[in-house]
Ligand binder design. Sequence first.
Ligand code: NAP
Length: 251
Amino acid sequence: MPSQHQTAIVTGASRGIGRAIALKAAAAGYHICVNYARNEAAAADVVAAIERAGGHARAVQADVSREADILRLFEAADRELPPLGALINNAGIVAPPARVDQMDHARLERMFTTNITGPFLCAREAVKRLSTKYGGAGGVIVNLSSVAAKLGSANEYVDYAASKAAIDTLTKGLAMEVAEEGIRVNAVRPGVIRTEIHASGGQPDRVDRVKAMVPMRRGGEAEEVADVVLWLMSPQSSYVTGSLIDVSGGR
Ligand code: NAP
């Protein structure tokens, strides 16, 4: 497992899949930078849970749709935690169901700035710290995509699906750029997972509605996604880069 002296930045770690990744990565030996946007109390709760279990973490507020916040996030991690070993690009949003012919510019801008530009800029900052080309010791980047990237999410949120397709392409292209610089870049594509993201998009019952379309006939749990992310962070996946791994019950 990782060195006892490496940090993992997990964006959007105050709840859901990011929280599960933060807890498991801390148990695996990483120091954790718990990023959040608004919910300071939830982020503090994640830090407390990590520290109760004998781990080490700091919470840092930063909105990944703002470049200045991303710079501040990485600078805080540089200052307050051991050297970076992993970036988990997890923060992401959905919007209420709408057809493309109903989507306005403000919705699209918010979606793409948060779900695409944010992960690109976080990846840029991580590469500057991890790449052997910049004097770094190497590391891993794991991006949270979605099976929506291949399904298209018609009549629900094609904007979100397209943002995740961009994450798939970022994963492929960046993995090739930094393959010789000690950095592995992979993506996990969850299916329908039981978290608050569905309520945040105005569909609190979405998992139960969609699960009939899942071959395994159930929604997934955040921990089931986190386990795959942890494998991608570990030396057990040392020859895996540029890969997109579906965690979707067969969907
Ligand atoms: P979630 O429960 O809605 O949690 C989202 C997390 O991201 C929260 O910690 C939130 O922080 C943070 N966040 C939101 N906007 C942010 C911003 N602008 N800057 C920084 N942090 C921000 O989401 P989730 O279901 O765990 O999803 C995590 C990732 O998995 C997302 O990329 C999502 O697209 C992907 N995914 C999820 C599913 C699913 O079914 N759940 C399926 C496929 C893919 P605050 O609480 O502070 O706002």
